[in-house]
Structure formats: C-alpha cells, structure tokens
Design a protein around this ligand. Structure first.
Ligand code: FES
Length: 106
C-alpha cells in the first residue's frame, strides 16, 4: 500500500487556549491538540495507549507532558512516550505553525 502524507489546517493559534486540549477531526481521525505554556503546539491521537483506551483531550497539561484523565498516565507530548512506571506510546503528528495558522501532517 502506498503511504501518502497530507497537510491539514486546523485553524489559528488563537482558537486554542493555553494548556487546554481540543479535539479536531482530521481525515476521519480524532486528534487532540495541545498548546503548552511555552507556546509550542502538539498533536496526538485522541486515544490513550492504556489497554482500556479513553480520550486524552481533557488531560491535565504540565510543561510538555499530559496526565491521562482516566488513568493518570504521564505522557510526553513530544515523543508520545508514556513515562515510567507505565509503558506505551501514543501516536504523535508533526505540527507546523505558520502566520499564526496551525498545520498538521498526517
Ligand atoms: S516545556 Fe517546552 S520543551 Fe519542555
């Protein structure tokens, strides 16, 4: 199967509050967008890597980490890696901000 990537606009930076996750639907996928206190923007799959899953957009944000709202797993927004003692990884998507507009690559 051929893999293709596409760039999607998900609105302007001003549409996203600092440290508050927001869900966007892109290409039939639920993606949680986080704007951290240092101004960076991260996009991850809105699905916890926990065996029971669950959404991540309502996670508590601290630095570039989030805390899974259901299981309190600590997840690095940069790598998607679940921090010890738990293990797993959430899918991350490249984000590009240009002229105040947020673009995701899927
Ligand atoms: S808090 Fe932004 S890079 Fe660590």
């Amino acid at each position: 199967m051929e893999m293709t990537t596409k760039i999607y606009s998900v609105g302007s930076l001003d549409d996203y509050l600092l440290q508050v996750g927001r869900v966007v639907m892109v290409d039939n996928q639920e993606i949680a967008i986080f704007r951290t206190s240092d101004g960076n923007v991260y996009a991850i799959e809105n699905k916890s890597p926990h065996p029971k899953g669950g959404p991540l957009a309502e996670a508590i944000v601290a630095g570039h980490y989030i805390y899974d709202p259901l299981y309190d797993w600590k997840i690095d927004l940069i790598t998607g890696l679940v921090q010890s003692p738990d293990t797993g990884q959430v899918v991350t998507y490249p984000v590009n901000v240009k002229n105040g507009e947020i673009h995701l690559t899927l």
